[in-house]
Write a protein that binds this ligand. Sequence first.
Ligand code: AMP
Length: 401
Amino acid sequence: MLNKKSVDDIQVTGKKVLVRCDFNVPLKEGKITDENRLVAALPTIQKLVKDGGRVILCSHLGKPKGKALPEMSLAPVASRLTELLGQEVKFVPNDQVVGENVKSAVEAMKDGDIILLENTRYREEETKNGEAFSKELASVCEIFVNDAFGTAHRAHCSNVGVTKFVDTSAVGYLMQKEIDFLGNAVNNPQRPFVAILGGAKVADKLNVISNLLEKCDTLIIGGGMAYTFLKAKGYEVGASLVDDEKIDYCKEMMDKAERLGKKLLLPVDTAVAKAFPDPIDAQIDISVVSAAEIPADMMGLDIGTQTAQMYADAVKSAKTVVWNGPMGVFENPVLAKGTVAVAQALADTDAVTIIGGGDSAAAVNQLGFGAQMTHISTGGGASLEFLEGKELPGVAAADDK
Ligand code: AMP
């Protein structure tokens, strides 16, 4: 269990509480296209409102890099949160995030009121964890609550810097839930524990592979990264995505698995095509070949049918499954079959199923399996760093219990 002060451990009645949320939602023409992160933030906000706190919400959205870009304003989030909460979330925009209008709005707040500040990344210092902006944020509140798991792997003003200038810093329910689910799965799993890694490159997941090999019973590799492993086994992988600099690393990991007595599963067959689909969802002709016999002019773009069956069987016998990264180019329906098969296996099992954020979360939701998973993380980068065994600065900065 996370040993940090939580919203259950603080007295907020009549107090100004600054809550760092992760409202970094995708927008299309000013409309929110995936509101999972907003929904995930509601329990903490509702708890603080119920307890009579004066709730000041803040978040980043996108990467405006210190510029007040109107298309990255949090205005649409305020409107949607108002609907979701059934209570006004007053948007108090300021290009500097904190300013005179914010101070007067905060002074006018009554117990249980909610306001939302503008995108914290309108300020360049935000991502540099600068002291001045951290102090400005701290100046509007008496208590700080961090519920933004999605940025917990970064030390920025609004999640780490601010804690130095506030007496009380706690974590919210979402943060607690994320750490409890991921932490239990990795450090205290019901066994057999099967970890599934996919996605594009081995280089992005070096430490995750190594750390999970130590913790799990079976490590399954799919996606683009599988071909570097296959090449390390001495196979011909044709034009598949290969990280030549990481071939030795893959050999090391295969040796490590053997030394630790862990199963490391690699594709035995693969869907191949002449070229990467362009656009990504373009019509594409594929064939399925043995993983040991990829033709020189073809590239592997998904796991094959036998592999999908083998991976689904491994999931079937597991009690805990952690999954990060798609099994193929799932954005293309023809190349999504491996990812769908794995998602289906997770949906069918009674095991604890944890989905790392980012592409795997998008894939599971897009394919309609979201509701059948035990937990889908709201943070891609943060969940990966957690799976690497790293301490997350956004969590570490909160007060201990
Ligand atoms: P990541 O962000 O590392 O989880 O990678 C996700 C991306 O990997 C998705 O956009 C997939 O299309 C891509 N991907 C999966 N399998 C392959 C593959 N065999 N070759 C190239 N890209 C792939």
